[in-house]
Structures are given as C-alpha cells and as structure tokens.
Design a binder for this molecule. Structure first.
Ligand SMILES: Cc1cc2nc3c(=O)[nH]c(=O)nc-3n(C[C@H](O)[C@H](O)[C@H](O)COP(=O)(O)OP(=O)(O)OC[C@H]3O[C@@H](n4cnc5c(N)ncnc54)[C@H](O)[C@@H]3O)c2cc1C
Length: 492
C-alpha cells in the first residue's frame, strides 16, 4: 500500500483522492482552509447559504461519469433541477433575452432576432455537439504529455474536425451577425477563459452544454456537490486534514520523501498537488526542482479574477431570475480591459445569481440570496474604496433594472476579490478560474501534469488539462490519479 498526499480539497483533489484510495492506497488530503471544497466552498451567514464560487452546473454527464465509477448517481446525493429559463441576458431596462430550456423555442427566439438564424443555430449546435462528443469523451481524459497521444489517425482527424486550431470568434461570426446573439454565444468563453479571438473554435462545445444540454442547479447549492465528493472520498478510505497549510517538500534522490506542515515532517510516497501550480512550484519546491520559472507564468494568459459581492436581501426582488447576465455595456471593451490593458473596467459587464429563486433553503423566508460577480483582470489592487465604487456601479444598474432601490434591504454584505483569492487559495495574482483555454494553452501546451524534475509529483486542477471549471477540475483529478497509478506500476 502506498501513502499518497493530496494537497488541496477542491474538486480536482477530491476526485483524485477517492480514485487513489479506491485502488488500495493510503490517501490523505491536506487543506489549508478549515473547510473542504476549495473555490467551491460555502458560507452560511445570517440564514443565507452562499456558494462562494461556482453556480452554473453544466455538463451533468461529467459528474455522472465520475459518480458511476463508485456505483453512484447524482440523485444519491442531491436533486438536480433543470432551470427554465436557463439564464437571462440583460441589455437594458425592460430589454432582455431569456434562454429557454427547450431548444426549439430557442431556435424560434433566435429567428425573431435575426432572420435565418434558427437554421444557423441548428447547424452551429450540431457541430458543437460533435465537438462535445469527441472532445469530452476519451480525448479530454488524455494527460497532454505529448503530441504522440493525438497521433492515432482517428484522434488527429478529430482534432482537426473539432477545430482545435482555429478561432472561436471567427467561427461564431460565420454563423451569426446580430451582436446580441453573438454576445449570448460568446459569454461562456469570455467569463471563463479569454478573448474569443484567442480561444479555439473547439470551445463552442460549451455552447452545446449551455444551450442544448441546459443549465442545472443542485438543490441545496454547490455545497451539496462538494459534500457528495467528500462522502465518496471518505467511503473510499480518504482521510482529511483541514487547517493544514503545506509549506515545503523535502526531497531525496529526485523524489519527495516528506511534506511539511506547521514544521512537522510527514512521510509520503507520492504527491498530487491540486492547489495552484505556480504556488506549489514556487513556494514548496527548491529552485532546481521547478519546471517553470516566473517568466513562464508571466507570459501565460490567465482566466479572470473577480470582484464578488455576497448579499442577503430581506425582501423578494421580482424582476430577477436565477442567472442574470448584465450585458448592457460593450462586451469587447470590457474584455480588452480584462485581458489586454489589465485595468479596472470602465463600463463593466457583470453577473447576478439569485439561487433563492429556485431554492428556498438558501435564504430566510421572504428574502433573496444574491451573488454579484464582475470579471476583472488578475493582479489588480483591490482596496475597499475601489470595491465599493464598483459595488455602487453594479447596484445602480441592478436597481434600475429591477425598478426599485433594494440597498436599504441589504441585511448582509461581504465583498471578495483578488487579494482574497491570494490569501485564501494561494492563487497566482488572485486568479479565480486558473489558466485560460487559449489557442496556445490547450492540451499539450498546458503546464505538465507530471513534474519534469520530481519523479513522484503530479499536478491537478484548473491550471492543468483540461482547464477551468468544475467539470474540467473533476476530470483533471481523474487524469492525475491515473498517471500516478501508471507511475507506481512502472516502478514495480
Ligand atoms: C467565483 C467563481 C465562480 C465560478 N463559477 C463557476 C461555475 O459557475 N461553474 C463552473 O463549472 N466553474 C466555476 N468556477 C470554477 C470552478 O469553481 C473551479 O475551476 C474549480 O472549483 C477549481 O477546482 P480545483 O480543485 O482546481 O482548485 P481549488 O478549488 O482552488 O482547490 C485548491 C485547494 O488547494 C488549497 N491549497 C492551496 N495551497 C495549499 C497549501 N499550501 N496547502 C494545503 N492546501 C492548499 C486551497 O485552499 C484550495 O482549497 C468558478 C470559480 C470561482 C472562483
């Protein structure tokens, strides 16, 4: 039996740990915070249950595939509700598009906005479905060590067919002309990744997920999903140690022999590092054992950081639905300010989640649970005054849209931004979602899952393959666990 240390209890760490324990290894997860779940932690304040991170449950098949490995299904742990409408895109007061759950209705809606776009949408989604089926099947579970993995004819042909090498922006514009429809299609890559022009057309698979499969909500919130992963891990034999900030690795003959927490040395046969890659290499490894230097990380395109407000409101806000995207300003300008000029946005887009519309358990009776999120560049300074200024910008537009001033009804308010991501998660420059999936940072071009210099060190999480988001993080944990098991086999 091998002793494995998993650093970090986000979805990638949870997923890797249970798999490794189920194969008979002795696995301990070390988490610096006092609760499990990483960026998907929850916070209970004054009767409001806030999901601190993810709120969009897309790609339910990825969760299901994981549960099935342990003879489980999602409904063993929570009720999964399909939202209808899936989400709302707001262009101004009284001016919005509700994305219906039913695809035929969505096609009619497109047609009413741009003549001929129903046919275009069907073609676009058909191709996106093909990409999803190819990209999210065996290909997404490849570790991305080398191009050789894609060298089978079928896979290489697929890589070309699914447009791994062409731009998402051009792809979308070859189907649609109307700026609103383009904004609706482009928002997932923009919020989770990079400029559409720098993103491979492959990622229209996200549109298949969001527009055809639908937007789901686990009743009780994302915390229920974390609880499910934790239960599976515990049932598989994983031990959890919280409030354990791993500070250092001790090496012998090119392998980690011990990890250190609070000055105590803990013996280990191997490590899965599911915390941010940069932090692990820079803070825990001696220089000669690091694969990537500061210049490497500086050149990388990170997904955005965020300014978040968690709000408890002691009245109902009728004009909101569960997911509301405020796209009432110029999307390109905001994207430029996130990814290119890297400054606080002039006229930001933002997102408002109101899970109490679906789930009575996340707010006291007659109240609303609100989560405001504005994507921003990583590395910004985020003093209280700046946060408050943007709070007022978002609230002005939100209140105007809902037609009432809800500020006097706010009974709980907490902000969260760049510096919190750094202090809570050791996140590189306060990134929220890891490394963006750009043309130059996909598959084999991501940081490697197996350390090039330390034999028994494997990485997982949103800075590795396949990328940002809960489903990819789950997959990355599965890949890291498989690679580690292969490593043990090769040593026998
Ligand atoms: C605000 C926000 C909204 C999001 N919305 C969505 C969404 O709607 N849908 C979606 O699919 N995805 C969403 N995401 C992305 C998704 O939440 C993440 O991609 C995923 O949860 C990351 O999991 P992970 O395991 O890679 O990392 P993490 O969850 O960050 O886990 C890493 C863990 O390592 C711990 N750690 C760090 N350093 C150490 C150390 N030295 N010792 C011990 N422990 C350490 C950290 O505390 C953390 O718990 C969102 C993320 C954020 C932040």
């Amino acid at each position: 039996m091998s002793t494995i240390s998993v650093i970090g209890s986000g979805f990638s760490g949870l997923s890797a740990s249970a798999l490794l324990a189920s194969k008979g290894n002795s696995v301990t997860v070390y988490e610096k915070n006092d609760t499990i779940g990483g960026r998907a932690r929850t916070m209970l304040e004054n009767g409001f249950l806030f999901d601190m991170g993810p709120s969009w449950y897309w790609m339910p098949d990825v969760f299901e595939r994981y549960y099935n490995l342990f003879d489980h299904t999602a409904s063993d742990f929570y009720e999964l509700k399909k939202l209808d409408p899936g989400f709302r895109v707001i262009f101004g007061v009284g001016d919005h598009i509700d994305v219906p759950e039913d695809f035929d209705q969505l096609c009619s809606l497109f047609e009413s906005i741009e003549k001929g776009s129903a046919v275009s949408l069907k073609k676009f989604i058909k191709q996106a479905e093909y990409k999803y089926k190819v990209g999210m099947s065996d290909m997404v579970y490849l570790p991305g060590h080398s191009i050789k993995e894609f060298m089978s004819f079928a896979l290489l042909k697929d890589a070309i067919n699914i447009q791994l090498f062409s731009s998402f922006k051009n792809h979308v514009r070859s189907y649609f002309k109307n700026p609103r429809l383009i904004a609706l299609i482009e928002f997932p890559v923009l919020f989770l990744g990079a400029m559409p022009k720098d993103t491979p057309a492959l990622y229209s698979l996200m549109n298949y997920a969001g527009l055809k499969q639908g937007t789901f909500y686990p009743m009780g919130g994302f915390g229920k999903v974390v609880d499910a992963f934790k239960k599976i891990a515990i049932d598989s034999g994983v031990m959890f140690k919280t409030s354990e900030n791993i500070e250092q690795f001790d090496l012998q003959n090119g392998s980690i022999s011990h990890i250190r927490s609070n000055g105590i040395r803990i013996e280990t046969d191997a490590v899965i590092a599911s915390a941010d890659y940069h932090h692990i290499e820079k803070e825990l490894l001696p220089k000669e054992y690091r694969t990537y230097d500061d210049r490497y990380w500086d050149k990388k395109t990170f997904a955005p950081s965020s300014l978040i407000y968690y709000l408890g409101v002691n009245k109902k806000v009728d004009k909101l639905i569960h997911h509301n995207l405020f796209f009432d300003e110029n999307i390109e300008e905001h994207a430029e300010e996130i990814y290119k000029s890297k400054k606080w946005p002039t006229k930001p887009l933002f997102y408002v989640c109101c899970p109490s519309k679906t789930d009575p358990d996340v707010a006291p009776d007659g109240s609303e649970n609100l989560f405001l999120l504005m994507p921003i560049s990583i590395g910004l300074s985020d003093d209280e005054e700046t946060r408050e200024r943007y709070f007022n910008i978002m609230m002005d537009r939100l209140c105007k849209y809902v037609g009432e001033d809800i500020r006097p009804n706010i009974v709980y308010k907490k902000s969260y931004s760049v510096s919190n991501f750094v202090s809570d998660y050791n996140a590189y420059k306060g990134n929220a979602y890891g490394l963006a999936n750009t043309l130059r940072q996909t598959a084999i071009l991501k940081p490697k899952m197996k350390s090039k210099k330390v034999q028994n060190l494997f990485f997982a999480g949103q800075l590795t393959v396949p990328g940002p988001g809960v489903p990819p993080s789950i997959i990355s944990g599965q890949i890291a666990a498989t690679e580690l098991m292969k490593h043990f086999k090769s040593k026998r």
